[in-house]
Design a protein around this ligand. Structure first.
Ligand code: 5GP
Length: 112
């Protein structure tokens, strides 16, 4: 089981912000912005490059849920960034697909 599967099942505690049958969102424990949430599928997909057509509906709903989460956390109007790190050069550190939702400060572009 990945660390994120353990969070999704409740085995490891996390501050959940949103959950559905097949994905959950929780606060990152090493936040890089005042708002830093991770949206993950309950069942591990290693990374977005390994997602399959069967995951398309859930991935779409995860993206749509980001709006609801941003609204819940009061950053819908100020703005937020969604990031998926895929592989070594992107800085992926947990091999379980996750969407970062970052907000609450002016974010730099391009990212470092
Ligand atoms: P990546 O670098 O793979 O794109 O992002 C992994 C993220 O997971 C990092 O931002 C890291 O802080 C977060 N993270 C890793 N382990 C845990 C954990 O046990 N709990 C929570 N809430 N976040 C975690």
């Amino acid at each position: 089981m990945t660390i994120f599967e353990k969070i999704a099942s409740g085995e490891i505690p996390a501050k959940l912000i949103h959950e559905t049958e097949d994905f959950v969102a929780f606060h990152d424990n090493n936040p890089q912005a005042p708002v830093h949430v991770l949206i993950i599928p309950r069942k591990c997909i290693l990374r977005v490059a390994l997602a399959e057509a069967a995951h398309a509906d859930m991935l779409g709903r995860m993206l749509l849920a980001s709006r609801e989460i941003a609204e819940k956390l009061g950053v819908l109007e100020s703005g937020y960034r969604l990031v998926i790190n895929n592989g070594r050069d992107a800085g992926e550190s947990v091999p379980h697909l996750h969407i970062h939702l970052l907000a609450g400060r002016a974010l730099q572009w391009p990212p470092g």
